[in-house]
Design a protein around this ligand. Sequence first.
Ligand SMILES: Nc1ncnc2c1ncn2[C@@H]1O[C@H](COP(=O)(O)OP(=O)(O)OP(=O)(O)O)[C@@H](O)[C@H]1O
Length: 236
Amino acid sequence: MSKVLEVLDLQKSFTLHEFDGKRILGCKGVSFSVDEGEFVGITGKSGSGKSTMLKCLYRTYLPTSGEVWFVSERFGRIDLTRTPERQISTIRRREIGYVSQFLNVLPRVTAHDVVANSLVETGVDEDTAHEGAAAILSHFQIPKNLWNAYPHNFSGGEKLRLNLAKEMVKQPRLLLLDEPTASLDNASKELVKDILNELKRSGTSMVGIFHDLDFMEQTVDTHYKMNQGVLGGVTV
Ligand SMILES: Nc1ncnc2c1ncn2[C@@H]1O[C@H](COP(=O)(O)OP(=O)(O)OP(=O)(O)O)[C@@H](O)[C@H]1O
């Protein structure tokens, strides 16, 4: 199996300027790799640094030190900590997806257009994007009467499924998941589990943060625990 992601000695700390430059540790010494089609799950107490680490992988945060090697289809093997912003934007549009329970979309854009726009960003034409959006919204069981509604009023489960749909249509090489089951009922969890398994089969690599251990154990290949900013305790 070829490696899609290799994280080496990643550290992120925050400087609180309003508190005389006090430093807070997010994560440190984080090293792990993800193969093609592998699903890595990360658990840990609240405040242990999971989201900080994930945001460094997506480059929402610039790490304080360390390397994040990603094998991009377009740019080859690149260190995301040193990749120019323009390339990062391209990679986010086409190769790395980020899904959380919070839907971050423009106001007054319908659910259907959210997904179609995501496809247009990958370079497909408008007609194909609209067909593709309809197909994936059905697949994710988003009720048809919501397709032309604005997603800010959607339930937690609907928002999450729309989030997954908008990232999944890109067929990303790497999908980052920040608590993908938060606020879901059991039926929605089953649906999300099926979707994640399908993504895995299609070769997408994933890194997910979980509080729901039962769900995680049913889906991931490798499990790490985060403790006070440090990653360890591998189980497979
Ligand atoms: N932008 C920030 N500025 C300052 N400190 C931050 C920032 N983001 C995270 N931290 C701090 O970094 C530490 C790790 O936080 P992080 O959100 O990564 O934990 P977590 O494991 O994801 O927690 P949870 O499970 O509650 O979401 C915490 O002490 C937090 O206060």
